[in-house]
Design a protein around this ligand. Structure first.
Ligand code: C5P
Length: 315
């Protein structure tokens, strides 16, 4: 018997009846505190060692009973995002139905606040939320490990969004194990760019630039998380995709500089970008940095967020 990946969770691991009323699920965005990218594998994916961190910036999915599978949305990206069969939410619902033998019938509604194509895993978060919402709506009684296994077939960082918190990710990012950080809250400021970046393009650029890696094993970062000192953590944040994101969007360098000028302890590109994320000492400091970035008008939106927070959860 292997140990379950996720801690036992009463809410999740007991058999449940199908829900009759609407099911609301909230899911956070993620940033990568450490992202080491290895060379491309034969399947085209890159071997990763990453430390994921879920932050309090949320999308919400409501699932209701229906005769077919439908998806509607409001918020960031409405009118731009395809709501068809290629949407990860629809694919997640269908994957869960196929796995459990349930009819894939639900009326799903997405309330989107996580910016799209921002390097914050918004699309992956929505897929994780859809799995949790449909599991509850249909009463399929899946464990979180079961949902994570389905999540891994849909995208590299979706299992992490089922889990949340802070976690080590390996493989192509789909193998996750929780990192215990002792409940300390870290304060972040996000500078969201006007236009998204395509994740495959950023990885391709990473390869073209010679696959240079700076991030080794995340030992220093994990020690800094345990130390709970933002000044120490600041020195350990690292992202191998940053050079590729800056190559594609040189103006992000100005955004990073603006955050540091505003007093951030550290700044880096989030995941494949183009969102830039800054570490603050505390909530007050984060608000000051955010105000300064807003005043400089160097990006589309500025947000503050605390991490770590739990993954996709029924409200
Ligand atoms: O798994 P996911 O669908 O999120 O990946 C999106 C794209 O990002 C992949 O098609 C691939 O181009 C790139 N990627 C990668 N190596 C990873 C994760 C993603 O090259 N470990």
């Amino acid at each position: 018997m292997t140990e379950p990946l996720f801690s036992e969770d009463e809410e999740f691991d007991r058999p449940r009846l199908a829900a009759h009323g609407p099911v609301r699920v909230r899911v956070p965005a993620k940033i990568n505190l450490h992202l080491h990218v290895g060379p491309a594998r034969p399947d085209g994916f890159h071997e990763l060692t990453t430390v994921y961190h879920a932050i309090g910036l949320y999308d919400e999915i409501t699932a209701r009973r229906g005769d077919t599978l439908t998806l509607t949305m409001e918020g960031d990206g409405a009118g731009e995002l395809s709501l068809d069969e290629d949407n990860l939410i629809i694919r997640a619902a269908r994957a869960l139905a196929a796995e459990t033998g349930h009819e894939p019938h639900a009326r799903l509604h997405l309330k989107k606040q996580i910016p799209i194509a921002a390097g914050l895993a918004g699309g992956s978060a929505d897929a994780a939320a859809a799995l949790v919402a449909c599991d509850q709506l249909w009463g399929t009684g899946m464990s979180r490990d079961d949902l994570a296994a389905i999540a891994a077939t849909l995208g590299s960082d979706i299992p992490f969004l089922v889990l949340g918190g802070t976690a080590l990710g390996t493989g192509r990012g789909e193998l996750v194990s929780p990192v215990l950080t002792g409940g300390h809250a870290w304060h972040w400021v996000l500078a969201v760019a006007d236009e998204g970046l395509s994740t495959p393009t950023v990885y391709k650029t990473f390869d073209e630039l010679g696959a240079q890696t700076n991030a080794g094993p995340p030992d220093g970062l994990l020690a800094a998380l345990r130390q709970r000192d933002p000044e120490v953590l600041a020195g350990e944040l690292t992202n191998d995709l940053q050079a590729a994101a800056l190559h594609l969007r040189p103006e992000l360098r100005g955004v990073l500089d603006a955050g540091l000028d505003a007093g951030a302890l550290a700044g880096l590109v989030s995941g494949s970008g183009p969102t830039c994320v800054f570490l603050a000492e505390d909530a007050r400091h984060a608000a000051l940095i955010a105000a300064e970035l807003e005043a400089r008008d160097c990006c589309r939106a500025v947000r503050t967020a605390v991490g770590p927070v739990p993954g996709a959860r029924v409200l």
